[in-house]
Design a protein around this ligand. Sequence first.
Ligand code: GLP
Length: 247
Amino acid sequence: MASGIDVRVLDDAATIAQEAAGLFAALLRDCPAAVLGLATGSTPELTYAEMGRLHRDEGLSFAQARAFNLDEYLGLDGDHDQSFRYFMQKHLFDHIDIRPWNTFIFDGTARDPQAECEAFEAKIRAVGGVDLWLLGLGGNGHIAFNEPGSASDSRSRVVTPHPETVAANSRHFADPSEVPAQGLSVGVGTIMDGRKIVLIATGAHKAEAVARAVQGPRTPACPASLLQDHAACTFMLDRAAARGLSA
Ligand code: GLP
């Protein structure tokens, strides 16, 4: 069976941000109480800036929306400047009218992290599931903190990021030894349950992972390849990230 992923190669990161934010805007205009699935990482920053602009300049409202994030570092409080909660406040939530109580991110300081994961899954179910997940892509094919080896039906759980991921993320920390060794992450199955998925990737350093995800075998060895089985998954890429794809 051919890959089910719809691939769009766009001019540059700014165009990807416009198109990806545009998908969320269209969803919210159609369904103001939509359930948004959000990601961290450098790649989505421009998309969040565009969502903020759409709110400021074009009246796009998030007032009834609910938002769930993919992952969080275990051990970091939401006030820590490297926590994903802090990132979301800084890049998106502080610039739009989403209600704080409608933003759901794992509590990295939960006393019982596995119970926190189960509660997170229950909250997603309680709101009727995620309408649209925004994903980034790890250089080794990870999505959220679902590293190679993650099963297609995996659920929210405590995870140990691959050393390659820890090394990549250490650029954000003053001292690389401060990068938490573990995280909390939704599973591949949690992502697959979303009604739509848009994955954004830019740059030549993502090209190999993109090619494996889109045209490689569906395998937990490349978690993003499992998205081939989703009925409504789009990859938005710049030319550099798409350069490993064959016609
Ligand atoms: C992190 C996150 C992922 C993200 C990936 C790529 O490990 N857990 O959700 O997609 O890195 O990040 P970037 O967009 O900075 O390349």
